[in-house]
Write a protein that binds this ligand. Structure first.
Ligand code: NAP
Length: 307
C-alpha cells in the first residue's frame, strides 16, 4: 500500500511531489506518456516567477524533478488506465498492474490538440506551437498564423499582434466560434487577417527544420496555395487527460475534472491538480499552485486517518 501516488509529472505533479516528499510521505510519481507534461515541449518560459531571464521549459521541469527526488519522491514510467476509489484507499491500474494507495493526486494534465499532419512532432518547438503566451515573443516582425476560430484563437491572435508583423487567422468555417466581444476585437485589429473556409494541409519547413510556410486548402472551392509564416499557433482546443477517471469523479462535459476548494474531489483521499481540472488559466504557475494545494490536502487527509 502506497501512502501517496501522484499521476503525472508535469508542473502540477512535480510540485505536488516536492510538497508530499518534504512532508515525508514518500510519494510515488507515475510519469505518463508525456513525462514532464506540456512544459517539456516548450522553449523559453519567461513568465514563471523567479527567473528574470526566463528558463527553458525542459530545464524547469528537470529542476522540479531533481527537487522532488532530493526530498525522497520516487518515479516510475507507467500509464494509468483505470481507477477505483474504495472506502479507505484507492486502486489505480498503471500499465497492467493494480496499485493501491491511501491518497491519490491526479495531475494528468491536458494535451493541446494538433492537426495530425506530417512532421508535426518534429516541428513542435521549431515554428509549431499551441501556446502564444509561451512562444509569441520569439516571432517579432515576421508573419505568423493561428489556426482555429474559438476564444483561444481570438485571444492568441490578439496577443501575437504585439510581436508579429502580420497574424493570419485560419479558420475552417466562415464564422468565428469565439464570443462576440473577442471576435469584434479580432476584426478591429488591422494586423489580423482572417482566412475563412480554409484548412492547413501541410507544414513546410526550411533547410534548418524551422517552419517556413503552410499549404492551405479552401474547403469551399478546393483552391490550394502556400502561405509564408514563421510560426503556426494551433488553437483548436485542449483535451484533458482524464479518461481513466471518467464517470467516477465529477467532470464537465468535456472531461475536465471539477475540484472543490482548489484540489478536493468528491472522493475522500483523491485530489486533483493542474490542467486536468483547469480549462481557463492553463499556466505553469497555476498548475504548480494547485499541485501544492493537492499535496497539502493529501497530507492533512492522511494525518486525520491516522488519528
Ligand atoms: P473551442 O471553443 O472548442 O474552439 C476550437 C476552435 O477550433 C473552433 O473554432 C473549431 O472549429 C476549431 N477546430 C477544432 N478542431 C479543428 C480541426 N481539427 N481543424 C481546424 N479547426 C478545428 O476551443 P477554445 O477556443 O480553446 O476555447 C475552449 C473554451 O475556453 C471555450 O469555452 C472558450 O470560450 C474558453 N476560452 C475563453 C477565453 C476568453 O474568454 N478570453 C479564452 C480562451 C478560451 P469550429 O468552430 O468549426 O468548431
Amino acid at each position: 500500500m502506497e501512502k501517496v501516488i501522484i499521476v503525472g509529472s508535469g508542473c502540477a505533479g512535480l510540485t505536488a511531489a516536492i510538497y508530499a516528499a518534504r512532508a515525508n510521505l514518500n510519494p510515488l510519481v507515475l510519469e505518463g506518456p508525456q513525462p514532464g507534461g506540456q512544459l517539456s515541449t516548450t522553449t523559453l518560459v519567461e513568465n514563471y516567477p523567479g527567473f528574470p531571464d526566463g528558463i527553458d521549459g525542459p530545464q524547469l521541469i528537470l529542476n522540479m524533478h531533481k527537487q522532488a527526488e532530493k526530498f525522497g519522491a520516487r518515479f516510475s514510467y507507467a500509464e494509468v488506465t483505470d481507477f477505483e476509489p474504495r472506502n479507505s484507499h484507492v486502486r489505480i491500474k498503471a500499465d497492467d498492474e493494480w496499485l493501491e494507495t491511501e491518497a491519490l493526486i491526479i495531475a494528468s494534465g491536458a494535451s493541446a490538440r494538433y492537426l495530425d499532419l506530417e512532421n508535426e512532432e518534429k516541428l513542435i518547438g521549431h515554428g509549431l506551437t499551441s501556446c502564444a503566451t509561451c512562444d509569441g515573443a520569439f516571432y517579432r516582425n515576421v508573419p505568423v498564423c493561428v489556426i482555429g476560430g474559438g476564444d483561444s484563437a481570438a485571444e492568441e491572435s490578439l496577443f501575437l499582434t504585439r510581436f508579429a508583423s502580420k497574424v493570419y487567422l485560419i479558420h475552417r468555417r466562415d464564422k468565428m466560434r469565439a464570443s462576440k466581444i473577442m471576435a469584434d476585437r479580432v476584426f478591429a485589429n488591422k494586423k489580423i487577417e482572417p482566412i475563412w473556409n480554409t484548412v492547413v494541409t501541410k507544414y513546410i519547413s526550411d533547410e534548418k527544420g524551422e517552419m517556413r510556410a503552410v499549404r492551405l486548402r479552401n474547403v469551399k472551392t478546393g483552391e490550394e496555395r502556400e502561405l509564408e509564416v514563421a510560426c503556426v499557433f494551433v488553437a483548436i482546443g485542449h483535451d484533458p487527460n482524464t479518461k481513466p477517471f471518467a464517470g467516477k469523479l465529477d467532470a464537465d462535459p468535456e472531461g475536465y475534472l471539477i475540484a472543490k476548494n482548489l484540489a478536493e474531489s468528491k472522493h475522500p483521499g483523491v485530489f486533483i491538480a493542474g490542467d486536468a481540472a483547469d480549462r481557463i488559466y492553463r499556466q505553469a504557475v497555476t498548475a504548480a499552485g494547485t499541485g501544492c494545494a493537492a499535496a497539502m490536502d493529501a497530507e492533512r487527509y492522511l494525518s486525520e486517518l491516522e488519528r
